[in-house]
Design a protein around this ligand. Structure first.
Ligand code: FE2
Ligand code: FE2
Length: 194
């Protein structure tokens, strides 16, 4: 519990109150989804608590930290450095809080764009980030929450679709990895149904 208090103290200095509520919502939903789907709930809680550590880092800092880490920064991330907050949050989790578990670090990295063939822990964080209670209670979100308890891969596909619809409607840049993640989740769902 000690590290959790430390992380929350750090977050209250580095993110808004609104974001902290979202983060705690993701933590709780990740733990519950992990229990439901037979994944380690402790790992899920740590990933949830640390997924948005770099959410409020300025673009220059995100780019600089990603560069120093030796990450390949594609043109879309170069013009939208905010997308790098996932990768950079994993760096902060490792450097600031000593997280060494690769599965946790990878889940943090994957929480915004997903990744084809991502592991169940990554899937859980990916959907919890979109579906935690503070995201609202529209009928569409309620239905998606229902699916997240029943079928994790279908939930990933729905979360990608939800995000893609939002990006289309608001004329925002779509990162191709969201589409790759969506197609992978769709195929996985189909294969499991066979
Ligand atoms: Fe995020
Ligand atoms: Fe988030």
């Amino acid at each position: 519990m000690f590290i959790r208090d430390q992380v929350i103290a750090w977050l209250s200095e580095n993110v808004s109150d609104h974001r902290l509520q979202h983060i705690l919502g993701v933590e709780q939903m990740s733990i519950q989804l992990a229990k439901q789907h037979g994944i380690d709930p402790h790992k899920a809680g740590v990933a949830g608590l640390m997924h948005d550590l770099a959410k409020f880092f300025p673009p220059t800092q995100l780019l600089q930290m990603a560069q120093e880490e030796g990450l390949e920064i594609d043109p879309i991330c170069q013009t939208n450095p905010h997308l790098l907050h996932a990768d950079v949050s994993a760096i902060v989790a490792r450097e600031e809080f000593g997280i060494k578990d690769e599965e946790i670090l990878t889940a943090i990295k994957n929480h915004t764009l997903g990744s084809p063939a991502m592991c169940p822990l990554s899937c859980i964080l990916f959907v919890a980030d979109a579906l935690e209670p503070n995201r609202g209670n529209t009928p569409e979100l309620e239905l998606m929450r229902q699916v997240s308890w029943e079928n994790l891969y279908k939930s990933v596909r729905q979360t990608c679709d939800f995000s893609l619809k939002y990006l289309l409607n608001t004329h925002k840049t779509i990162h191709p990895r969201t589409i790759l993640t969506r197609n992978w989740a769709l195929e996985t769902t189909r294969n499991l149904a066979k």
